[in-house]
Design a protein around this ligand. Structure first.
Ligand code: ZN
Length: 317
């Protein structure tokens, strides 16, 4: 039996990872980092602008769809925007479901300006701070061994890794359809098995569902979430997928039960399509109104998650 009180330390090469630092800060200060699923430049701009306006940490989430749709363009735009923002914003690849996609993303780099005046130079940086290695469509043993192998690959690149333990039901725009696979609640024992593959944080299934919650409504097992947290130890952040229809009280209950990162999709992206559908005037003003609307939604979520005002001074320079 593994000792539940002793999570393995991340390998030294990811210890300086920015995303890990964000989640450590959220754990210590009991709030959750909003992780916004984006599909376009507007989502990237809105997330960064909201982070600056609210002095909040944030993550930009891209799906592998971004790679198939735009090659490296969206990832590079997200990375450039996040790492020159003067705010604690990181870039994450969500639900990466094949070794090829994961390795390609881990290898993606961007050149960034550094320093000023005559000392100005250019530095090379990985586009992603973190990747969700999602092998949940494989059988349990295969899932564990692929997760372990791909986590090592990412760590060698200095990239932190998220894994889904159990299986979160439902589908999400931009993620391969696994709707034929039944959801599976995470047990504390399972969470320990995943922790021991070397991943940096976990996305448990405790009643949460991707996309619409349907007629059954939202029924979360906070007890289960707390037990998972106790089993894996406080060094292992827990993250939330499936927040459609959540209100402030629901988010706060999740934070209280141990969630430190909340993935957000529909409420923000629907606002963009609404603004664009109803927009009047020239294209530039319609586009700008869409971005502004998304930013407003993200700022509300930052207040609800308790992340507003939690930016660290060294990231605002
Ligand atoms: Zn998800």
């Amino acid at each position: 039996m593994t000792n539940p009180s002793a999570p393995p330390a991340p390998p030294h090469n990811v210890s300086a990872n920015r995303a890990l630092r964000l989640l450590k800060h959220a754990t210590e200060h009991k709030y959750a980092v909003p992780a916004v699923c984006v599909y376009n430049l507007e989502g990237i701009l809105a997330t960064v602008q909201a982070a600056k306006a609210k002095r909040s940490p944030a993550m930009i989430l891209l799906f592998p769809w971004a790679q198939s749709y735009s090659g490296m363009l969206l990832a590079r735009a997200a990375a450039f925007s996040a790492y020159t923002a003067g705010a604690p914003v990181t870039v994450h690849l969500d639900h990466a479901q094949s070794p090829q996609v994961i390795k390609e993303a881990a290898d993606m780099c961007i050149m960034l300006p550094a320093g000023q005046g005559p000392d100005k130079k250019v530095i090379k940086r990985r586009c992603f701070d973190s990747i969700m290695v999602d092998m949940s469509h494989h059988e349990h043993e295969e899932n564990l061994s692929l997760t372990k192998e791909l986590t090592q690959y990412c760590h060698d690149c200095g990239i932190a890794v998220e894994a889904e333990c159990g299986r979160i039901e439902g589908g999400e725009d931009g993620v391969s359809d696994t709707a034929d696979l039944e959801g599976m609640m995470t047990s504390p024992e399972q969470a320990i098995e995943f922790r021991d593959t070397g991943v940096d944080w976990l996305a448990p299934a405790f009643g949460n569902v991707h996309g619409n919650y349907g007629p059954r409504g939202i029924q979360l097992e906070y007890d289960r979430l707390e037990k998972i947290g106790q089993a894996v130890g406080t060094g292992m952040p827990l993250v939330l997928h499936g927040t459609d229809g959540f209100d402030e009280a629901r988010y706060q209950q999740c934070v209280k039960a141990g969630i430190v990162k909340a993935n957000i999709n529909r409420v923000v992206n629907q606002r963009l399509t609404k603004e664009w559908k109803e927009g009047k005037g020239g294209l530039t003003s319609v586009v700008e109104e869409g971005t502004k609307g998304m930013q407003e939604e993200i700022e509300i979520l930052m207040d609800w998650l308790g992340s507003s005002g939690k930016a660290f001074p060294q990231d605002e320079a």
